[in-house]
Write a protein of this length. Sequence first.
Length: 326
Amino acid sequence: MENNTRPADMRRINTPQLAESFLSEQVAQVRQQVGDKKVLLALSGGVDSSVVAALLIRAIGKQLVCVHVNHGLMRKGESEQVIEVFKNQLDANLIYVDASDRFLDLLAGVDEPEQKRKIIGGEFIQVFAEEARKLEGITFLAQGTIYPDILESDGVKAHHNVGGLPEDLEFQLVEPLRLLYKDEVREVGRALGLPASMVERQPFPGPGLGVRCLGAITRDRLAALRESDAILREEFDKAGLAGQVWQYFTVVPDFRSTGVRDGKRAYDWPVIIRAVNTVDAMTATVPELPWAVLQAITGRVLAEVPGVCRVLYDLTPKPVGTIEWE
């Protein structure tokens, strides 16, 4: 394993030219390290894993085997985007595993947030290990480790869920982004030609929508969460807020409130909008969104999302509230 200390004189990768120079160096290093062997990658669709995948495709092509596990807790269109970009556009050697039912069945009735996290993370490892064992000739495991991960967790990127692979799967690591900060990873992603929606993707928790569908996850409430989140993102894009607000998403809690629909009493869920600005995620402020944007989101959610009768805006800064609800 190479030294994971970032050199003091390493230039910040903040221009397309520097990104291309970095890519040339890393492509050469990957080819030297891997040779003619195969590399396995858990491709979540997040910024780090997507940039690693595109970099390795440039370096070793079909020697890279990407496994994308859809745990049923992705945002709307995310798995489809992974397939479109990597399989259809980049001609990647991509294995798509739809394990939605498997995850959601395990999560049925589980309402404790930490237990949900453990189930999702543990089952991801199981699914990924099963797919790995089906493959022959895999010598290396690629990870989207970046420099803050090394500083904060001693080189183990737990949210990629590969740190706990069974011992019989003995892989050598390939971590071409390990000395980069997140903004540098995005610059490299742009140089690789990845779509802006993937390169600029917001922070997304490892358990996905599982920690935004509060309490015990149900399929109907999860569907309402996915649709309301998509509406929120569409309206932020239209209003030009996507690049101005650090993170934004919806939450659907596990309780109902009284409403009126078509002249009859309804007993449906609320949708909570969460939007924050932050520099380091240790503290966060709540932006004052334009009233017209909030009205547009509210109107669409109430008209287009079944089972919802209220839309709320969370005004709580961090501290006291955390960014995520669970």
